[in-house]
Structure formats: structure tokens, C-alpha cells
Design a protein around this ligand. Structure first.
Ligand SMILES: C[S@@+](CC[C@H](N)C(=O)[O-])C[C@H]1O[C@@H](n2cnc3c(N)ncnc32)[C@H](O)[C@@H]1O
Length: 278
């Protein structure tokens, strides 16, 4: 595919989430929750925010021969869906372009909605969790995970994550870029909620009090480099900065932060939440 600097599909392609999904710990945090919610009785399954399909593959793996199921992958990104369609050829899977904000208009009477590594991107979480409740049957399950929440930083590591962004901003300034501090929309969308706040939102939307676990993983330097090349991460860390410059600055900033601290791998928590429709 030719690459044009002004083509948003090409941009999405170049700054895709796919490289990050190949790290083994990422499979682990997703398989952890998929194994808890996908079982033979649950036949209509929504993979919301499916992206390039890493979680869809885990759901299919978990279903094994129970192929009387339907798996519906939904994502707003056309380029991510194209990757998912290219990677997954299964009669039980269909992919739909759409968004969590109106998921109940796309699917109804689902047994499970799995929304992995995406809920932090949603500005109005109460509205979206309400939509997911409408999409589910009574007793259906809603499972989500995220590492962008208040509690993700393992004790003693917050300074490293801060230093990484500070060094990236420093690199941008050296290269003549002004970095905005007040990209309000981004700040709201990237608001880090606590586990208790997520739990309350689920209950307010008509779920029983959810079970919440923290799974701790070790982020390797390669995985941090890969997440630093993902469009939505760049936009969150460096609001308003063009993706190419943001990715380059995050890469250089990571090297500086590591050189200064001697840190190589960084532990981090994933929040894993399962709620049943009351
Ligand atoms: C970090 S990726 C996660 C992909 C996949 N769930 C996984 O865990 O491998 C986040 C995905 O959420 C999607 N997304 C962003 N906003 C969304 C929304 N409002 N509704 C549904 N999906 C959304 C993005 O397009 C992206 O594909």
C-alpha cells in the first residue's frame, strides 16, 4: 500500500496496535479474562473494540469445537477491522464497523461482551457501560480489562512513567515542537478511574457488583517501544503532537529514561473486571 503523509488510513496502518499484541504478557492478560467468561453456554459473544483481532483469536481458541457460537467483532477503525478480517477466517466470526457508544443498536441479546484494552479510550464511560448492559441478556456477562487506570503503576514505578513522557517532551522541544498542555478532550478521554469507580459505574448501569482482579506483568523495553508507536498511546501521552514526531520522541525519550535510571523492565498492573447483568 502506498504511504501518503496526509492519509489517515495509512497513518493508522503505520501506527497500529498490532506489534504490541505480539508480546506474550499481552496474550496472558487477555487470556486470563477470556478463560473466565467464554464457555460453551455463552454462544453470542461480542468482541467490542476488537482492533486487529488478537482477542477475537483468543475467543475462538477458547471456544474450540463449540462452533455453534457467533462472535461479533466491533471496532470504529476501518484499518484495524481490515487487519482482523485478513487474519481471521472463520464462519462463526463477523466484523462490523461501529462504536461502543451505540453497540446496542448493532447487537442485542448477547451472552457476553468482552471489551479489552479499550475502555480507557471512552470519554463517557457511564453511557457506554449502559449501552453494553442493553446489549446483553439477563445474566449475560461484561468483561473488560485495562492498564490505564488509577492503580496501574506498581509502587515505585510512577516516576519512571513520568520521566519517559518528560524526556519525550524534551526531545520534541529540542526539535522545535511546542507541546500543548491543555488538550482538554484528550485529558477527559484518558482519565484514569480507580477500580472502585469502575465497579460503581457497573452497578449504576444494572450489573451486580463485579469481581475485580489485578494481574501484574513485566513490561519489556521492546513492549514499551511498541506501545510508543501506537497512535492512541501517542495521542494520549503527547496530545496534539503529529504521530510521526510523537513516536520518534517517545522512542528517544524511552532510551533517555532508561539510561538515566538503569531501569530495563517495568512491572505494571492490568485491571480485570467481570460483571453480570442483574
Ligand atoms: C488498544 S486497542 C485494543 C484492541 C483489542 N481489544 C485488544 O485488546 O487487542 C483499542 C481499540 O479500541 C478501539 N476503540 C476506540 N474507541 C472505541 C469506542 N468508542 N468503541 C469501541 N472501540 C473503540 C480502537 O479503534 C482500537 O482498535
Amino acid at each position: 500500500m502506498p504511504v501518503h503523509s496526509d492519509c489517515s488510513d495509512c497513518e493508522e496502518e503505520r501506527f497500529s496496535f498490532e506489534a504490541f499484541t505480539r508480546h506474550p504478557f499481552f496474550t496472558d492478560v487477555n487470556r486470563w479474562i477470556v478463560e473466565r467468561v467464554i464457555c460453551p453456554g455463552r454462544r453470542k459473544i461480542v468482541d467490542l473494540g476488537c482492533g486487529p483481532g488478537a482477542v477475537t483469536k483468543l475467543i475462538l481458541e477458547r471456544l474450540g469445537d463449540a462452533r455453534n457460537a457467533t462472535v461479533i467483532g466491533i471496532d470504529p477503525s476501518a484499518s484495524a477491522l481490515q487487519k482482523a478480517r485478513d487474519a481471521i477466517h472463520s464462519k462463526v466470526v463477523e466484523f462490523i464497523q461501529g462504536s461502543a457508544e451505540w453497540v446496542s443498536r448493532l447487537v442485542s441479546s448477547a451472552d457476553a461482551v468482552v471489551f479489552l484494552n479499550a475502555i480507557h479510550l471512552v470519554p463517557d464511560k457511564a453511557q457506554v457501560i449502559g449501552e453494553i448492559r442493553k446489549t446483553l441478556k439477563q445474566d449475560g456477562v461484561f468483561a473488560f480489562n485495562t492498564t490505564f487506570f488509577n492503580g496501574a503503576y506498581v509502587e515505585g514505578t510512577a516516576a519512571f512513567w513520568r520521566r519517559w513522557v518528560v524526556r519525550a517532551v524534551q526531545v520534541l522541544r529540542e526539535r522545535g515542537f511546542e507541546v500543548q498542555h491543555s488538550a482538554h478532550a484528550h485529558a477527559v478521554a484518558r482519565q484514569f478511574l480507580t477500580a472502585a469507580e469502575y465497579s460503581n459505574l457497573c452497578v449504576q448501569a444494572g450489573f451486580s457488583p463485579p469481581t475485580i482482579d489485578l494481574v501484574r506483568i513485566e513490561m519489556t523495553p521492546e513492549s514499551m517501544r511498541d506501545i510508543g508507536r501506537f497512535s492512541l498511546f501517542i495521542e494520549g501521552a503527547l496530545p496534539g503532537v503529529p504521530l510521526e514526531e510523537g513516536a520518534a520522541a517517545l522512542e528517544k525519550g524511552l532510551d533517555r529514561a532508561m539510561d538515566e535510571t538503569g531501569v530495563r523492565t517495568v512491572p505494571r498492573n492490568w485491571l480485570e473486571c467481570v460483571a453480570t447483568a442483574a
